[in-house]
Structure formats: structure tokens, C-alpha cells
Design a protein around this ligand. Structure first.
Ligand SMILES: NC(=O)c1ccc[n+]([C@@H]2O[C@H](COP(=O)([O-])OP(=O)(O)OC[C@H]3O[C@@H](n4cnc5c(N)ncnc54)[C@H](OP(=O)(O)O)[C@@H]3O)[C@@H](O)[C@H]2O)c1
Length: 332
């Protein structure tokens, strides 16, 4: 049994990731830690997790933990992932893995020095529907991919949320802009050369709350719009030279009902021929945790190589630069 320890009582960890880990095969959650011991104890009790700690340090000192799951605010991803690695723990770290590419690169040294797996929790990369999209692209099901269009809008309830704090790596680009960036790179199989971004910022806190962008790949374009004060919506559309495909809720498909890729290769707008491909419901977070655990145990490659996460951060860096400069920016 592969044993995870959890850094913090993050909302997402308590409501999504821990239940998904508890549903996994040959993986368990051994302990939860918090800056507040009573909060950790209460969370552990509620979720049936055997141990709790009143500090992250105490969790790292537990010899009966194989890997740490790090869902801390974004500015604490690298510092605590490094400390976990130094304690000999494998690390599954929430997205984005760092505040920028330079900070993400420091994790390479930690990984190699302590010989542990460090992996970003980009669950979409193991989602069967996205793996099928890439297979379809490889089979030229829509000809050559020319454009990737992504949206991810949601509405934050509270201004106390970490996403409103610029010092914590807040803002919607790092939060959900992350998804179209990582999946357009995944689908094109290349890095974008240059990017343009526009951000609308919260007047009080300065974080971006609505961001739209163009990524110029060697083969075509990706465009996206993400917002954290909009009506909730998630869509992805891939347009090729011989057809197009669409997905509803591409980043968070419901875990309890089937999802679809709709492929259309009719060239007649009047007579579309949508072909829905159906996918069984899956818990992509369980798949991610299982895949990560097997890789850590066997010394195999993680589901998302750290080098890939660093390249992703380099694109997010260029988007931040472009939003600030108002100019197109080269990636890297
Ligand atoms: N993959 C996904 O689908 C997905 C979805 C949602 C979120 N996430 C990621 O998960 C991470 C956490 O998001 P969340 O919404 O769960 O945030 P959250 O509820 O605010 O949780 C962050 C936790 O970090 C701890 N913490 C330590 N220092 C802190 C500080 N200075 N200020 C605030 N909290 C501090 C707190 O736990 P204690 O008080 O217990 O120590 C807090 O509960 C983010 O990186 C986000 O991108 C990923």
C-alpha cells in the first residue's frame, strides 16, 4: 500500500483529492497536517484518515508516509515540495507547480539530489478523454490540427480566497489559464513560439480576474478565455483541416456520468454530421494518484514529467509578461 500524507486542510484536498485517493487501488491517505492541529484532527476524523499533525514539519517527519500531496497556495508549492523531497518523500504538487519557470527549475535539483518523484497534479493529462483526443489527432481524424480554443470560467464566492492574493500567486491565469495552456501544448505536441495576452484586473487586489490569450504554435494557434468572476463554463474545441471536435466540461467532466468528444468531419455547415464518442465516467484524480504512486514505487516516469511542467510555466511566464507589456512576447 502506497501511503500519502496531506499538507494542509485545503478545501480542494478535503472535498476532492482525498476522497479520490481513498477510492484508489493500493493507495491510502495516512495522515493530514495543518497549521492548526484541531483542524487537521477534525478533517482526519471526518474522512477516516488515521493520523493528523499540527504542523507540516511533523508530517514530513513521519517515516510511514511515502509521498506528500501539496495543495498549499501557489507561492508555497516549491518551498514545501523542496522540504518534502529533502525529507525523502515523493511529491505530488498541485498546479501550477511554481510561480514561474525559474522557481520550478529549482525542483529539478531537489528531485535529482534526493532521488524522489516530483510531479504536478495536472489531472487532465491522465484523463482518458484527453488521451483519446491525442490519439484521434495522431490518426488525423480531423486532418492537421490548426486551432485549439479553450474556455474556463467560474465564479469565486469569497474575496478571502487565496486566488485574490497577488503574493500567493493569485489570479485566474495561473489558476485556470493553466488548463488550456497545458492541453494545447499536449495536443500540438510542441511549444508555442510567441504569445499575446490581455488581462482585466481586480481594481483593489491587482490580480487578473479575466484573461484572454493567443498562443502561436508552429502548426497553428491556441486561444483561450478564463475568468474567475463569470458564469461557470468549460469548453474545448479543436479545429483541423479535415474536421473539428468539441468537448463540454473538458477540464472537470462529471465523475458520475458519461462524457463525450463530438467529432464532425462534414464539410457542409447545413448538414453537419456530429459523431459523439462516449467515455465512461472516471475519477481523473484517482487515476492521477494511482499513476503517480506506481511511478514512485517502480522508479518509472511520473504522469507529468517535471521538465514538461517547467516548459508549461515558461508559457505562463510569457503570458504574464505580455499582459503587463501589452506586446507579443516570445516564450522562453
Ligand atoms: N487540480 C485541481 O482540479 C484543483 C482544483 C482546485 C484547487 N487546486 C489547487 O489546489 C491549491 C489549493 O487550492 P484551494 O482552493 O484548496 O485553497 P485553500 O482552500 O485556500 O487551501 C490552501 C490551504 O493552504 C494552507 N495554508 C498554508 N499557508 C497559508 C496561507 N498563508 N494562507 C492561506 N492558506 C494557507 C491552509 O491550510 P491549513 O490552515 O490547514 O494549514 C489552506 O487551507 C491551489 O494551488 C490550486 O491551484 C487544484
Amino acid at each position: 500500500m502506497f501511503r500519502f500524507g496531506i499538507l494542509s486542510t485545503s478545501h480542494f484536498a478535503l472535498t476532492r483529492m482525498i476522497p479520490s485517493m481513498l477510492a484508489g487501488r493500493d493507495i491510502s491517505v495516512a495522515a493530514i497536517s495543518s497549521r492548526d492541529g484541531s483542524r487537521a484532527a477534525q478533517a482526519a476524523r471526518a474522512l477516516g484518515v488515521p493520523r493528523s499533525y499540527d504542523s507540516y514539519e511533523a508530517l514530513l517527519a513521519d517515516p510511514d508516509i511515502d509521498a506528500v500531496y501539496n495543495p498549499l497556495p501557489n507561492h508555497l508549492h516549491v518551498p514545501w515540495s523542496e522540504r518534502a523531497a529533502a525529507a525523502g518523500k515523493h511529491v505530488l504538487c498541485e498546479k501550477p507547480i511554481a510561480l514561474d519557470a525559474a522557481q520550478a527549475r529549482t525542483l529539478l535539483a531537489a528531485r535529482d539530489r534526493y532521488r524522489v518523484l516530483i510531479c504536478e497534479a495536472a489531472m487532465v493529462r491522465v484523463q482518458p478523454r484527453w488521451l483519446a483526443v491525442r490519439d484521434l489527432l495522431g490518426q488525423k481524424a480531423i486532418g492537421e490540427l490548426r486551432a485549439f480554443v479553450g474556455t474556463f470560467g467560474y465564479r469565486l464566492d469569497s474575496r478571502d480566497n487565496v486566488r485574490y492574493d497577488p503574493a500567493m500567486g493569485g489570479g485566474v491565469l495561473l489558476d485556470t489559464g493553466f488548463y488550456p495552456v497545458t492541453m494545447s501544448r499536449f495536443c500540438f505536441g510542441h511549444e508555442p513560439i510567441a504569445v499575446v495576452a490581455r488581462a482585466e484586473r481586480d481594481p483593489d487586489r491587482g490580480v487578473d480576474r479575466l484573461t484572454s490569450a493567443i498562443l502561436e504554435f508552429p502548426q497553428g494557434h491556441a486561444i483561450f478565455t478564463v475568468g474567475m468572476e463569470t458564469f461557470p463554463v468549460q469548453r474545448a474545441q479543436l479545429i483541423g483541416t479535415g474536421g473539428h471536435m468539441e468537448m463540454v466540461n473538458p477540464w472537470n467532466p462529471p465523475g458520475n456520468s458519461p462524457s463525450e468528444i463530438v467529432v464532425n468531419t462534414s464539410s457542409s455547415l447545413e448538414e453537419p454530421a456530429p459523431r459523439p464518442l462516449s467515455f465512461d465516467p472516471v475519477d481523473q484524480y484517482t487515476l492521477l494518484a494511482e499513476h503517480f504512486a506506481r511511478a514512485a514505487e517502480t522508479g518509472g516516469p511520473g504522469p507529468i514529467p517535471l521538465e514538461d511542467s517547467i516548459k508549461n510555466m515558461a508559457v505562463l511566464d510569457a503570458l504574464q509578461r505580455s499582459a503587463a507589456s501589452g506586446q507579443a512576447e516570445l516564450v522562453g
